[in-house]
Design a protein around this ligand. Sequence first.
Ligand SMILES: [Zn+2]
Length: 105
Amino acid sequence: MDVSNEPVDLEVKREEGVTIRFADGHVARIGLMELRQGCPCATCRALRERGEDGWPRPGAPEPLRITDAQFHGAYALQITWNDGHRTGLYPFEALRRWSVSGPPR
Ligand SMILES: [Zn+2]
């Protein structure tokens, strides 16, 4: 693993988003909406491929919030959302890329 992609600090603001500081000093700040709309799980990817948004979904609780976030191994962040969705694993390396060039569309 490239050491520059190693997170040294992680801050989760449940109503705002996540901030990750990497070993080489790069700071990635990603907002809630970007995180949810770019959710890397198979379900949300399939929605995006059909041209639909992963968020908001019909009947979804508003506003969007993070209810829990934890490390998934050493390489990814698992986020649980306030509608119960929690299958998305966000690799730190991908979040770093989003912070530079935007989330997947
Ligand atoms: Zn998802």
